[in-house]
Design a protein around this ligand. Structure first.
Ligand code: 5AD
Ligand code: SF4
Length: 450
């Protein structure tokens, strides 16, 4: 139940600053929903906002440092307009002892919430407005908290749907299990209801299912067990013209049944983000990834045999403690073998409380930098070559964005094509032919037949 606030005006403005992954971007939509219910309206201009919310990420130190700097910069706004409410929520504040230090450093912050109680934001705002008290509430409970939270969706074509929360994997470098808690899967029935509403009433064309490790989804429907493969099949059966995407998949949980479901479900994009993290079995072991280089390469082979044109992307960490030049070369070799359509490469960053934080043989920054440049260069060459190979190919694409000069479209394999035609309609599906490339970018034309 919301507390009531006297003297509420509906011209108040909010500004949300979002950092981090898609999960956070979607959570900001739930924050926006709560603010909208309190009659606040969005503004792009932080200087005009009556409430400023930072939805934070702590996956790497570099992100955190930038966020803290940006939160600190709000001090000048608070000085000229002391009634502005500043809230900091999400992963960064959920770290042990972090919230107290943050408030000590920036006493102008009014509200601090963690990852498990973002749904409390509207009540917290009303308390601050009524009592001018500071709210600092970090809780450890892992039950998912966004049931019945209103959502203001940021995009018109793509809708995100959480299917699970948290992570049980404890990769030794990763802080996520500590700040997001253990895995909780949402009820299948609720997910199906959400998707039905989004595609049949709200006309969304892309449904992206979200979870830290969607492959370990586990729930039931009418007494029957539902795993992720089954969930994909159930969503695929929902009537309507739409695409299904999902992320992220852990290689250790990618079953044969899931590969078959991706292949057989017409609406499921033939695109998989399958983070490998390292191409060295020794490093993978120390990362606690629970698969070997060989197992991963076998998976890729299996995927390509079953779904020949499947598009693949990955995450890689360079400079994990103890990574030798040979380990790193194994990673370079792996990306050349796999030929990913895209790779997100990160330098290892020590995270407080993780196992890797105190591992021996930490790698120097200069070495990490040199390795990341080398790996990105190899990936760039691969992407350019792969793009060249697409020239002359025909695809059915979904028009996702139209600017003054061009339309930006995506294939069901997740590849992006730019089309020099500003008259196409967002949401429509057209046939195109790839006519050119610029670096790794595909350029196409509407295909009108022979
Ligand atoms: N340092 C660097 N990269 C990390 N990631 C997770 N934790 C760390 C860390 N401590 C990367 C992983 C993960 C992606 C979301 O972020 O590659 O897949
Ligand atoms: Fe982090 Fe590993 Fe969980 Fe992914 S699977 S969120 S990398 S602990």
């Amino acid at each position: 139940m919301l507390l009531s606030y006297r003297g509420f005006m509906n011209t108040k403005l909010y500004h949300i600053v979002t950092y981090g992954c898609q999960m956070n971007v979607h959570e900001s939509e739930k924050i926006a929903g709560q603010l909208y219910a309190l009659s606040y309206t969005a503004t792009d201009n932080i200087e005009l906002a009556d409430i400023i919310i930072f939805n934070t990420c702590c996956i790497r130190e570099s992100a955190e440092t930038k966020e803290i700097g940006n939160i600190g910069a709000v001090k000048t706004i608070k000085k000229s307009r002391p009634n502005v409410i500043v809230a900091v929520v999400g992963c960064m504040t959920q770290q042990k002892g972090f919230a107290e230090n943050l408030i000590k450093k920036f006493p102008f912050i009014n509200i601090v919430l963690g990852t498990h109680n973002i749904n409390k934001l509207s009540n917290s705002i009303l308390s601050v407005l009524n009592d001018r008290k500071r709210i600092n509430e970090i809780i450890d409970s892992c039950d998912y908290t966004d049931k019945n939270v209103p959502i203001i969706r940021d995009r018109t074509l793509n809708a995100w749907v959480n299917i699970m929360y948290g992570c049980n994997n404890f990769c030794t470098y990763c802080i996520v299990p500590y700040v997001r808690g253990r895995e909780v899967s949402r009820l299948t029935e609720e997910i199906l209801q959400d998707v039905k509403e989004l595609v049949q009433q709200k006309n969304y064309k892309i449904i992206t299912l979200l979870g830290q490790n969607v492959n370990s989804y586990s729930s039931s429907l009418n007494g029957e067990k539902v795993d992720f493969a089954k969930l994909l099949r159930l969503i695929n059966n929902i009537e309507g013209e739409f695409r299904i995407k999902f992320m992220t998949s852990h290689p250790k949980d990618l079953s044969n049944e899931l590969i078959s479901a991706i292949k057989e479900c017409k609406k499921v994009s033939k695109y998989l983000h399958l983070p490998v993290q390292s191409g060295s079995t020794q490093v993978l072991k120390r990362m606690n990834r629970r698969y070997t280089r060989e197992h991963y390469l076998n998976l890729i082979e299996k995927l390509r045999t079953k779904i020949p044109d499947i598009a693949l992307s990955t995450d890689i960490i360079v400079g994990f403690p103890g990574e030798t030049e040979k380990d790193f070369e194994d990673t370079c070799d792996l990306i050349q073998k796999v030929r990913y359509n895209g790779a997100f490469v990160f330098m290892f960053s020590k995270r407080s409380g993780t196992v890797a934080e105190t591992m021996p043989n930490q790698i120097e920054l200069a070495v990490k930098r040199e390795r990341i440049h080398r790996l990105l260069e190899i990936q760039k060459q691969i992407n350019n070559k792969m793009a060249d190979e697409e020239i002359g190919k025909k695809f059915e694409v979904l028009i996702e964005e139209v600017t003054e000069k061009e339309a930006i479209a995506s294939t069901s394999f997740g590849k992006v094509v730019r089309i020099k035609d500003a008259n196409l309609r967002v949401g429509s599906i057209v046939d195109i032919i790839v006519t050119n490339v610029k670096g790794s970018k595909l350029i196409g034309e509407v295909y009108l037949g022979e």
